[in-house]
Structures are given as structure tokens and as C-alpha cells.
Write a protein that binds this ligand. Structure first.
Ligand code: ATP
Ligand code: ZN
Length: 500
């Protein structure tokens, strides 16, 4: 795999970790101050994809939401360890303990080995995420690479009396853990059982969930265990891998709202019952919807990220996603893309104009514009400190853009002020919101992006050099070549400009 073609966030100045971040904790059902387990550090665990098909736009909402949260912590001076798992075994069709393993069902459909399915969709997931400028996880553990860790944790649960073996499978005993249900607020008696008769018979209580499943003879993914040949249940991988890479207690556990029950509830019960403190804060993104309904693979109402990237610039897709709050529903339709494309262009046009004018700008600074920029930076940062409020942060960028456009239209803006504005855009829009990927891998619309803009800057500089050296034939030749591909060059008092 090629390296991610994205710039890692860099801080413009060394910072002390910002103590003022508030986040909404699903467990406390309130916005609370973020207090790290280890000062200056954030350990995050995100439930990643089950790699059995191409990712859709709903997955992109989740990945981008948590990517911005991670980037915000980096911006505010924290060191972040970001662990996001890959589920490549144990996720059964109906999310309970019944049905076929999603990986196996797909393997049969595509006539591939289960591991071929996992690898195929693992790489396609990261290709999509690179295009959307989502930073790669610090650690990206796969469930099948951590079978021993899962077996060990299951053994601990049996030893403590919170799990039992039955018919070669092992189940978590929910009755032994009265706190089961505390995240989602579901009482044990409300919880529906959705399992087959044979599975139900193995359980002491229908709501017990599988930690280990006995493998039927035709089941291809299988490992030896103290309970016979089988495979792990879906939930146990996240407890085992977060414990391994983030320790006994870590800061933030994230995932989609639809994972609260049963997945996160099960993760909490099995981790805490095994004696681990587990996550301090629980964060959940809301859903991306289409016609008011959750976009999902099983409903069939999904659009893959690949399909979207054939029609739209990946940065416009990202802009659309960050324009709504991670805890809000994002409704997807054509108008949403049109308005995101317009909004994104408004911001990038201003940034490019600022960058274009930098070289020829008069020396000095403009105190009034500097103050406006500083106020917008504060507004942006305050929005993100307040539970990562990206729509408000985007509004601050629009405010900055309106003010900069007014200033740019009124008078020559001095260089230090242009530089300050440029840094504000590049740091806040680029590093924190991740909106200006340099050379991200993409679909069709990318030629409109920054690569072209950078190349055109080079060409115009070369033309200017010819003119300064009075080599007018060469300068005209460049202009004519551009004209043949539909690019016109205009000479203005502020230097040459190009347009298509
Ligand atoms: N429409 C959506 N909006 C936001 N997040 C989503 C959406 N769909 C899935 N996710 C999140 O992506 C992750 C993986 O989800 P999953 O693989 O179950 O996708 P799915 O399309 O819902 O599949 P299925 O329909 O088979 O359940 C989960 O954290 C889930 O919350
Ligand atoms: Zn998980």
C-alpha cells in the first residue's frame, strides 16, 4: 500500500494541552469537561469496519467525525494514540448470536477465501479514507490477529464467574453483572432476544451473549481454544484489543449510535467484569440518512464512497460531512452536495486569492484585519472546544472569508496580514478540519483542486520570468499553449490571473 498522501497535522506553535475541551459523554448523558487519564495524552478507540463490502457514505460520516475529534486534540496540544480495529471474524448477520458470519457469507458469494474478502475490503476502505483525508490510525489491529488475547480474556471471565461454557461455546452471563444495560439505559427485562431455538437452549438466559462460538464443521474460520474448535464472538475483540493497546483505562471510546446496543453494552460488561476500568468517555456519532432513513448495507439504500468520488471532489464530500455536527443526523441529497460545493469553493477561492497576492503584497500589517482574523480563530476554537461543534467552526471560516473578501476588494492588503490569514485557513481549515488535502487520491473532480492551482502558479511564475528577461516569444508561447487547453491568462495590475 502507498503511504497516505496527506499532511499530518502540525502545530503552528507549541501548546500546553488545552484544559477547556467539553465533550458529550453518552454514559453520563451530558456534556462534561474532558479530563485525560494521563495528562497531555489522549487514548482513543474507535470501532472500525467489518470488512465484507465497500464502505458507504454513512461509514464516511463516522470516520470523518472521529478524525476531526482526533485532529482537534492534536491542535489543542495533546498527543493522541488512535486505535481503530478491523473486524474480520465473528460479526454474524443479525448482530446477535445467530446467522452466518458476514465474512463467510461474502466469501461464498464472491468465491473467495474469507481472508481474501477481508483483505480486499480492508484495502478498499483505506483507499477511500485516504481520499477523504482521514488520518491513518496509530494502531489498526485486526480481530483475527488477536485470537490469543480474546481467549485469555474469556478465560478470565469464566474464572471470575461471569461466563460459562455450553455446547463448545462460551457465553457472558448477564445476570451476573447487574450493570449490564447502563450505557443504553435498557433494562434487562426490556431486552429482546433474537436468536434461534438451538442457540437459546445453550444459554442460561436468552440475553446472554457469545464470547466464543463452537464452529460447525463447514465453518471456515476456526481456531483451537480450551473449549474446542471455534471462533470469537464479535464484541470480545474490542475489549481485548483496546486493553492491549490502550491499557486498563483509557480516555475515549467511539462508534456509531447504532452500536450502543448490543455491541458497546457487551464491551463494557465483559471488560469491567474482567476487572478492567475500560473507557472513561463514550462518544457516538449520529447517522447519515437518505430520505430520512439510515443509510445501511442491509437496507440497500447506500451509495459507496467510490461512487460518490466519481462525481464529487473528495474535499467537497468532507466539507459536507463536517458541515453538520457529529451528533446530528446528516441528510444526504443532491442539494446538499450543490450547497457544499458552493460553500467549499467560497472558502478555497478566498484562500487562493490570498496566496496569489502574497508575493506582490506591500510590506507591513493591517491592525483592523488582524483583529478580525484573531476573533475568527477564537470563534473557531471555541466552537471545537464545545463538543467538537464543526458547523459553528465552519461558520467561523465563512465569517473570515466574508471579511477577507471585503478587505481584498477594498485595498491592497499588507503581506503580514495576508500571511496571518493564510495561516488561519491552512491551520484551521487544513490541519483541523482536514479540508485541504494536498494530492489526495481521488475521483474525477480532483483536477479542479489544489494540484492544478499549484501547477498554474508555477506556469505563471515561469511566464513572468520570461517577461522580466524580455523573452516575450517564450512568454506568449506559454500563454498560447494554455489557451489551447481552455485556460486564459489575464494580466492585471496585481499580476497575472488564470481562469477556465
Ligand atoms: N448511515 C450511517 N451513518 C453513520 N454511521 C454509520 C452509518 N452506517 C453505519 N455506520 C457506522 O459504521 C460502522 C460500521 O457499520 P456497519 O458495518 O454495521 O454498516 P451498516 O451499513 O449499518 O451495515 P449493516 O446494514 O449490515 O448493519 C458502525 O460504527 C456504524 O455505526
Ligand atoms: Zn467495538
Amino acid at each position: 500500500m502507498t503511504q497516505p498522501q496527506q499532511s499530518q497535522p502540525i502545530e503552528t506553535q507549541p501548546r500546553q494541552p488545552d484544559p477547556g475541551i467539553q465533550l458529550y459523554d453518552t454514559m453520563q448523558r451530558a456534556k462534561v469537561p474532558f479530563v485525560p487519564t494521563t495528562p497531555g495524552h489522549v487514548g482513543m478507540y474507535l470501532c472500525g469496519p467489518t470488512v465484507y463490502s465497500d464502505a458507504h457514505l454513512g461509514h464516511a460520516k463516522k470516520e470523518v467525525a472521529f478524525d476531526v475529534i482526533r485532529r482537534t486534540f492534536l491542535h489543542f496540544g495533546y498527543k493522541v494514540r488512535y486505535v481503530a480495529n478491523i473486524t474480520d471474524v465473528g460479526h454474524l448477520q443479525n448482530d446477535s448470536d445467530d446467522g452466518e458470519d458476514k465474512m463467510l457469507a461474502r466469501a461464498r458469494l464472491e468465491q473467495l477465501e474469507p481472508m481474501e474478502v477481508a483483505d480486499k475490503y480492508f484495502w478498499s476502505f483505506f483507499k477511500d479514507m485516504d481520499a477523504l483525508n482521514v488520518l491513518r490510525p496509530s494502531i489498526n489491529p485486526r480481530a483475527t490477529g488477536h485470537i490469543q488475547e480474546q481467549i485469555k480474556l474469556i478465560g478470565e471471565l469464566i474464572a471470575r464467574g461471569h461466563a460459562y461454557e455450553s455446547g463448545g461455546s462460551v457465553y457472558f452471563d448477564v445476570r451476573s453483572w447487574p450493570e449490564y444495560g447502563k450505557l443504553s439505559g435498557r433494562k434487562l427485562d426490556d431486552q429482546e432476544e433474537g436468536t434461534r431455538e438451538a442457540v437459546r437452549e445453550e444459554k442460561r438466559d436468552p440475553r446472554d451473549f457469545a464470547l466464543w462460538k463452537n464452529a460447525e464443521p463447514e465453518h471456515l474460520m476456526r481456531w483451537d481454544s480450551p473449549w474446542g474448535v471455534g471462533f470469537p464472538g464479535w464484541h470480545i475483540e474490542c475489549s481485548a484489543m483496546s486493553l492491549k493497546y490502550l491499557g486498563e483505562e483509557f480516555d475515549i471510546h467511539g462508534g456509531g449510535l447504532d452500536l450502543q446496543f448490543p455491541h458497546h453494552e457487551a464491551e463494557i460488561a465483559q471488560s469491567e467484569a474482567a476487572g478492567h476500568a475500560f473507557a472513561r468517555y463514550w462518544m457516538h456519532n449520529n447517522m447519515l440518512t437518505i430520505g430520512g432513513e439510515k443509510m445501511s448495507k442491509s437496507k440497500g439504500n447506500f451509495t459507496t464512497i467510490q461512487d460518490i468520488l466519481h462525481k464529487h471532489d473528495p474535499m467537497v464530500v468532507r466539507f459536507l460531512l463536517v458541515s453538520s455536527h457529529y451528533r446530528s443526523v446528516t441528510e444526504m441529497n443532491d442539494e446538499a452536495f450543490v450547497s457544499a460545493a458552493n460553500g467549499y469553493r467560497r472558502i478555497t477561492d478566498a484562500l487562493h486569492e490570498i496566496e496569489r497576492r502574497l508575493d506582490a503584497a506591500p510590506a507591513g500589517a493591517d491592525a483592523k484585519i488582524d483583529a478580525q482574523i484573531a476573533a475568527r480563530v477564537q470563534e473557531f476554537e471555541a466552537a471545537l472546544r464545545d463538543d467538537f461543534n464543526t458547523p459553528k467552526a465552519v461558520a467561523a471560516l465563512f465569517g473570515l472569508t466574508a471579511e477577507m473578501n471585503t478587505a481584498l476588494n477594498a485595498r491592497p492588503v499588507p503581506r503580514d496580514t495576508l500571511e496571518r490569514a493564510r495561516t488561519a485557513y491552512r491551520t484551521l481549515g487544513g490541519e483541523v478540519l482536514g479540508l485541504f488535502a494536498e494530492g489526495a487520491v481521488t475521483g474525477a473532480a480532483q483536477d479542479d483542486g489544489e494540484v492544478v492551482s499549484a501547477l498554474m502558479d508555477l506556469v505563471l511564475k515561469a511566464r513572468q520570468n520570461y517577461r522580466l528577461q524580455k523573452q516575450y516569444a517564450q512568454a506568449d508561447d506559454l500563454r498560447d499553449t494554455l489557451a489551447r487547453v481552455g485556460v486564459t491568462v489575464e494580466d492585471t495590475k496585481d499580476g497575472a490571473r488564470w481562469k477556465r
